[in-house]
Write a protein that binds this ligand. Structure first.
Ligand SMILES: Nc1ncnc2c1ncn2[C@@H]1O[C@H](COP(=O)(O)OP(=O)(O)OP(=O)(O)O)[C@@H](O)[C@H]1O
Ligand SMILES: [Mg+2]
Length: 265
């Protein structure tokens, strides 16, 4: 359990999502947390993926954890405070609500309950004031977990590889988000972020340009470059800016994070 001190403004909630796997969602979550924590912001990371990459990244074993975000779902009606599922990390200012393998069973056990999409939003209402920014890492599957992540968000970040075939999937993802968030809040900001971008590859540049004209203001004007430091950072269990603050990858995520903070995107 973690006792974070209070901050004054209301918490920002950013959800990182894409139905496609391996596009850099978890890397984006950890890297933005690294940028925020270096600036002194208190960050809560929530791992909604049953594969628990974020949880393992930050040094916890999702098979043996006693308390996790799974408990938040199963005890949603029992008045158990979500505080119990918070875990300290070895990183300054970064707290984790980890995943558990049992999350994989939620769609079956929980899928038809009323209010099933609001569990995380309500839990975060109870944690209000403890953190400056909450970042939610979603699984690449449209189900009860992803819906919870989307419904709680005030900003939605969609990492995407600059591959031609990704464009149709992206359109589907944006339609899903519009349907889900449209009925709840009109003002959810959605931002497509090009990741794993290799500026030496012509096909990457052509797809990036095509995406910018198709998704227009929903697309971030920058990009996250391919950088081998990301893999190294994940092996060491730290954000890229801790391993290599001067790397191109760290600079790119600093820029993205600061623009999100300032509502400049
Ligand atoms: N910009 C980058 N440059 C180089 N490698 C990257 C970059 N971004 C991510 N990676 C690597 O690509 C792999 C997939 O990234 P990541 O786990 O963040 O994707 P994901 O979208 O969360 O995947 P999943 O859908 O399986 O959860 C990881 O090994 C990660 O280290
Ligand atoms: Mg992931």
């Amino acid at each position: 359990m973690v006792n974070a001190s209070k901050t004054s403004d209301s918490m920002k909630i950013w959800t990182v999502v894409n139905q496609k796997g391996g596009v850099g969602k978890t890397t984006t979550t950890v890297s933005m947390a690294g940028s925020l924590s270096a600036q002194g912001y208190k960050v809560l990371l929530i791992d909604l993926d049953p594969h628990a990459s974020l949880t393992y990244y930050l040094g916890y074993d999702a098979e043996t954890l006693e308390k996790s975000v799974y408990d938040v779902f199963v005890s949603a009606n029992d008045n158990i405070h979500p505080n119990a599922s918070l875990h300290k990390t070895s990183l300054n200012n970064i707290t984790l609500m980890p995943a558990h393998m049992a999350l994989a069973t939620l769609d079956k056990s929980f899928g038809s309950k009323p209010g099933k999409g609001l569990v995380i939003k309500k839990a975060l209402d109870q944690l209000q004031g403890m953190f400056d920014v909450v970042i939610i890492d979603c699984p690449p599957v449209l189900g009860v977990l992803m819906v919870n992540g989307l419904v709680a968000a005030d900003k939605i970040i969609i990492p995407t590889q600059t591959e031609h075939l990704a464009i149709r999937g992206l359109q589907r993802m944006l339609d899903t988000i519009r349907q889900l968030t449209g009925s709840l809040k009109a003002s959810v900001m959605t931002l497509v972020v090009a990741t794993l971008f290799d500026r030496r590859v012509n096909a990457c540049i052509a797809t990036y340009t095509g995406m910018r004209s198709e998704f227009n203001t929903s697309m971030w004007r920058g990009y996250i470059p391919v950088d081998t430091k990301f893999r190294e950072a994940s092996q060491k269990g730290v954000p890229i800016n801790v391993l290599s603050p001067q790397s191109r990858g760290a600079f790119a995520y600093d820029k993205l994070t600061n623009e999100l903070l300032k509502d400049a995107v």
